[in-house]
Structure formats: structure tokens, C-alpha cells
Design a protein around this ligand. Sequence first.
Ligand SMILES: C[S@@+](CC[C@H](N)C(=O)[O-])C[C@H]1O[C@@H](n2cnc3c(N)ncnc32)[C@H](O)[C@@H]1O
Length: 330
Amino acid sequence: MLGKAWATRVLNGCLRRLQRESAELQAVVDRDANVALEHPTWLLEALRHAWPEQWQAIANANNQPGPMTLRVNQRHHDRETYLSLLDSNGLPGQLCVHAPDGITLDQPCDVTTLPGFEKGLVSVQDEAAQLSAALLGPALAPRPGARVLDACCAPGGKTAHLLEQFDINLTAVDSDNLRLARVDDTLQRLGLTAELQHADATQRDWWKGTPFDAILLDAPCSSTGVIRRHPDIKKLRRPDDIRKLAALQRQLLDNLWPLLRPGGTLLYATCSVLPEENIDQVEAFLARTPDAKATTPGDVAWGAPSGSGRQLFPEDGGHDGFFYARLEKR
Ligand SMILES: C[S@@+](CC[C@H](N)C(=O)[O-])C[C@H]1O[C@@H](n2cnc3c(N)ncnc32)[C@H](O)[C@@H]1O
């Protein structure tokens, strides 16, 4: 190098050291990147393992505040009319792309300032959570009076949406009495009725023996799709919780399936982004349940196909992370 032998020796030494220590250096860089993502290591590893392409985007979205999304009660107004009402009250927003009743506000606000909130004109609900009504539409819209079970209903967002959309007989079950009281409050505000039951949906002692036309199982889950709304999940969740939750979800699926009439539809939902609670859960259920077949639509613009279901990731400024699988009894 320019005839300077000492410089060549220094450079070669540096290159040899880089070669020797590159794995170590990479580990330091990875550790720093993980620290910047502000997630527990086990969760980042689980995300990286499950979603090698998307894990960093998921973790970044988890660190941004979620937008405030509204669900317009179609029994009162269509959403275009309500959007104008919002605008004239100084609360501009945009129509949601995927949820037909949804509006995302440009800025979050106090619910009491939403026009007609107390009269039931509108509710707060994430866009991905609003998709359950559209997914159950083909089973419910043509069947006024259909018997529907919302098996894990509290605090009642999806219960209320189903009742706003369809003229159905809804039984809403939850094992948490305090949370069930919130369902009651919501239904009263919206002027809707359901039969509320404080019960354990892994058991059948509460069931009156008549099969349901449709079941919504919005299962208890790790909530790893809604971390931005509940950041304490990062601290409170333990790796072992995932295995326990998957076992509970399996129990719920197996216990509720026989309550569905032949030809009926069960919609399985979680606000998780972990395969153990989603794709793996549903594929294992289909494998052990010969009269179940998946009917999750493929022609939708949201989420990505994930086995027999669809997975949504939390999106910066957009919807939460969710998983849906629609199953029909043959
Ligand atoms: C994801 S949340 C449901 C959210 C609700 N569907 C909504 O849209 O507002 C899950 C619910 O399952 C309930 N739960 C957990 N284990 C249950 C069980 N064994 N039987 C019935 N409900 C259960 C919890 O109390 C919790 O309210």
C-alpha cells in the first residue's frame, strides 16, 4: 500500500479482527436494534420466528398510538351523513377502507364530544374488530330471527355491532361478570337487546339445548395485535401464557362446535398475531373436526391469507392486529 509495509500490516490486522469478531459485533448490533424496538426479547423472537418479513414493522406499529376509529350505527345514519355531522362539529375524519361502517378520526377526542354518542349514534371500535359483522353477514342477513351466540362477548363491541346490523336473537356469554355489566351498559346506550349470560363457555350448563345458526368466538388471547392500545401487555405477558391461552381456545372451540346447527357458521377471531393462537389453532381444529370446513373469504382487500384464515397486522395509522377464520358445519 503506497509502498508502506506498516500500513498493509495494520489493514490486514483490522480485516482479520473484523472476520474474527463479526458474529459478536452482529449480536451487539441486533441487541441494540431490539432495545430500540422496546419489546421483551421472548416476544420479539416469537414475532421474528413467525413473521420473518414483517416482525420489525409489527413491533414499530406496536410503539405508535392507535388511531381513534368509530363505528356508525346504521340504524340511525349512514356513515357519510355522520362524517358530515362530525365535520360540522370540528371533528374531521376519513371513511375506513375496509370496514363499511367505520370512520377514523384525524385526531382522537373525548367520546362525550362525539355527536349523538349518548343517544347511540356511534361507538368507538377499531376497524379490524368491525370486520366480524361483515364476515358473519352471509350467514345472518338472509335469516331474520337467526339464533346467534356471542360466546366471549365482553365488553360487547362485536355484540352491539351484530345487533345494529342484523335482526337476530342474540345470546351473549362471558365468564367475567364485571365485564358483562359493560355489555349491558353499551346495549342500553344503543337501545339494543340480547340475552346476557354470566357463564363459562368451556362448559354447557348454561345452554338451553337449541342449536345456534351462528357462533362468534372472539376468544381470550394474548392481545399481541393490540399492544399499542395496551402497552402493559409487553410487561404482563409471559411466554408460557401463549401455551395456556392456546389450550383454552382449543377447549372453547371443541365445546362450542356441537352447539352449532348443521349448515351453521362459526367465526373464530383473536386480536393476536401469534400463529399458536391463530393459524395453528384453526388448522388443528379442522384436522380433528371432520364436519368443519373453512369458508373464510379470499377476495377481500384486508389482511393476508394465513392457512384457512386471514391475518391482519397492526398498521401505523390503520387497523389493529387481528385474525379471523370462518368455519361452516357441513
Ligand atoms: C377478546 S375478549 C372479547 C371482546 C368482545 N368480543 C368485544 O368485541 O368487545 C375475550 C373475552 O372472553 C372472556 N372469557 C375468557 N374465558 C372465558 C370463558 N371460559 N367463557 C366465557 N368467556 C370467557 C373474557 O372475560 C373476555 O371478556
